[in-house]
Design a protein around this ligand. Structure first.
Ligand code: BG6
Ligand code: MG
Length: 223
């Protein structure tokens, strides 16, 4: 049987390319503390890959505070979190690129494999700029235009469609459980680089420093 060719790698950003997942946590923590709502890093795992408003709903639900606020108060709270977050991500520099990521992007470029960014974060383009990695991505999904956030497959499918490819020709990389689910729902193979206990569904679990084209091709029987 002829092997499929790998033609695109579709990356999540937060927690894959840089550890901005940490900043999301710190910003939510600051908001939760101000509201006197319990919130910790264990619960934060549930928020990875989840949209801003859905994250807020989960935090409020976890603190038994869902019914305490009006919709407009919730919008204001999410904006506050985003202000805290934007303040934190200003300090991101190229030194914050996770180990192996730039080398892997260079390898993909040299091999003519497409690269797409599939982050539901509206701050993703800013972070990419801070890291100096814009030139490595052929396509950056616009989070504002994606109808359904992860675990729906929409954002990974947008990456695939931008290159006119099939799911078998694409591989997704994620650090979140919801993200791995989104990749699978898109019909693609998923490489997990997140906390191992959250990555049970990944088809291949690696550290970012282990991301190599050969490893992925071998595991997924791709050419
Ligand atoms: C995802 C993060 O990439 O983006 C989530 O994993 C975050 O934690 C989501 O809530 C939305 O990001 P933003 O920057 O638009 O609030
Ligand atoms: Mg992520």
């Amino acid at each position: 049987m002829e092997k499929n060719k790998i033609k695109a790698v579709i990356f999540d950003l937060d927690g894959v390319i840089t550890d901005s997942a940490r900043y999301h946590y710190l910003a939510w923590k600051k908001l939760a503390d101000k509201l006197d709502i319990p919130f910790d890093e264990v619960y934060n795992e549930k928020l990875k890959g989840v949209s801003r408003m859905e994250s807020l709903e989960l935090i409020l639900k976890n603190g038994n505070a869902s019914g305490n606020y009006t919709e407009s108060q919730k919008i204001a709270m999410a904006e506050k979190k985003n202000d805290y977050y934007k303040e934190l991500i200003k300090q991101i520099t190229p030194a914050d690129i996770l180990p192996g990521i730039q080398e892997f992007l260079e390898e993909l470029k040299a091999e003519g494999i497409h690269t797409a960014l599939a982050s539901v974060s509206k701050n993703a383009p800013f972070i990419l700029g801070q890291l100096g990695l814009e030139q490595y991505f052929d396509y950056i999904a616009d989070a504002a235009k994606i109808p359904n956030a992860k675990p729906f497959p929409d954002i990974f499918l947008a990456g695939m469609e931008a290159f006119g490819l099939t799911p078998e020709e694409c591989v997704g990389i994620e650090d979140a459980r919801t993200g791995i689910e989104a990749i699978h729902r898109a019909g693609m193979k998923a490489v997990g680089v997140g906390t191992p206990s959250e990555m049970e569904e990944a088809d291949l679990l690696l550290d970012t420093s282990e991301l190599k084209l050969e490893t992925i091709k071998e595991k997924f029987l791709l050419d």
